[in-house]
Design a protein around this ligand. Structure first.
Ligand code: G3I
Length: 302
């Protein structure tokens, strides 16, 4: 196959991209995105600050722009993200305790109701663990509302859209030997044992000097899949875009039956949140980089 999406589809997987609504009038951007990918994540447009800027006043203008572009171009959509310490609107940042808990559940309900039946998988909770060696939860207003905030979010989400797969998503959790990875693993194992409704785990896979790729990523994917959840690579970018590393990540996913797909976090380097890292598959002109060929070759079984 000659595109990433079609090549991934040979094994029933998707190859997705983060789309920014502000770029949808750029024809170089949209022609690459529509040709190459078969799944879309809104880079910012379905986040809390975008969808509920004032309490109780939902706004899906930008989210729908991304959603409609995706559907009109034949792509499935990942939802990102419902409960997160970051990109909270001001009104939510100032809430705590049971009032915040209520607002979190209202937010999940409002957004998932709008997109009910339309989103294949939702990042219900994003980035709840701390960096470093502690294995602790990240401090945040959500965490201070009670350690059970994550499972409450998942139970609320399941009740609103039972057809959506519900994911936990985090970064720097690709290396099997890191404390953060192990803490996430313990949580997912506990959720599966107690029947908390979780279906999938997303590994953001922002690889750089501080979080280098390690070949034990495959062990990580396999270990989580063995708990009975789907796994996916949700925000892939690699500082310097080494073709070998891009191929390794692709082959790691292909090696795990429950690895359902890969999403890269932007189209061209110039679209990246870390453009100075030139971490993506297309250069600023929209030309394919060597990493593109490496990924396509891997998806085609090469
Ligand atoms: O929309 C405003 C615009 O009106 C304003 O003029 C401009 C001035 O700075 O800011 C614009 O908002 C920016 C937004 O991106 C849209 O470009 C925000 O400042 C900026 O903080 C925001 O950054 C996003 C970041 O999440 C915020 O946390 C990145 O685009 C986005 O790629 C990044 O994505 C996250 C994932 O959601 C979760 N995992 C990590 C990943 C990378 O940080």
């Amino acid at each position: 196959e000659s595109t990433l999406g079609a090549a991934a589809a040979q094994s029933g997987r998707y190859f997705g991209v983060a789309i920014a609504s502000g770029r949808l009038n750029d024809s170089v951007y949209t022609s690459i995105a529509s040709r190459e990918f078969n799944s879309v994540t809104a880079e910012n447009e379905m986040k809390i600050d975008a969808t509920q800027p004032q309490r109780g006043q939902f706004n899906f203008t930008a989210g729908d722009r991304v959603y409609n572009w995706a559907v009109q171009n034949g792509k499935q959509v990942r939802g990102h993200t419902l409960a997160w310490h970051s990109q909270q609107p001001g009104w939510m940042q100032s809430l705590n305790g049971s009032e915040l808990r209520r607002a979190m559940n209202d937010h999940i309900t409002g957004v998932m109701t709008h997109y009910r039946g339309k989103i294949v998988e939702w990042d219900v909770v994003n980035e709840a663990f701390a960096d470093g060696g502690s294995g602790a939860r990240r401090d945040s207003n959500l965490q201070r509302s009670g350690n059970d905030w994550i499972e409450v979010a998942f139970r609320t989400a399941r009740a609103v859209d039972p057809a959506a797969k519900l994911c936990y998503n985090d970064y720097n959790v690709e290396n099997w030997n890191s404390a953060k990875t192990q803490a996430m693993y313990s949580m997912v194992r506990d959720f599966k044992q107690r029947g908390v409704p979780i279906d999938c785990v997303g590994f953001q896979a922002h690889f750089n000097e501080g979080n280098p790729y390690n070949s034990n990523f495959r062990t990580t994917l396999q270990s989580f899949a063995a708990l009975g959840v789907d796994v996916s690579v949700t925000e892939l970018d690699i500082q310097g875009a080494s073709p070998t590393t891009f191929a390794n990540v692709t082959n790691d996913c292909l090696a795990v039956a429950r690895c359902v797909g890969i999403t890269v976090w932007g189209v061209r380097d110039s679209d990246s949140w870390r453009s100075q890292h030139t971490p993506l598959l297309f250069n600023n002109n929209g030309s394919k980089k060597p990493a593109y060929d490496a990924v396509l070759n891997a998806l085609n079984g090469g």
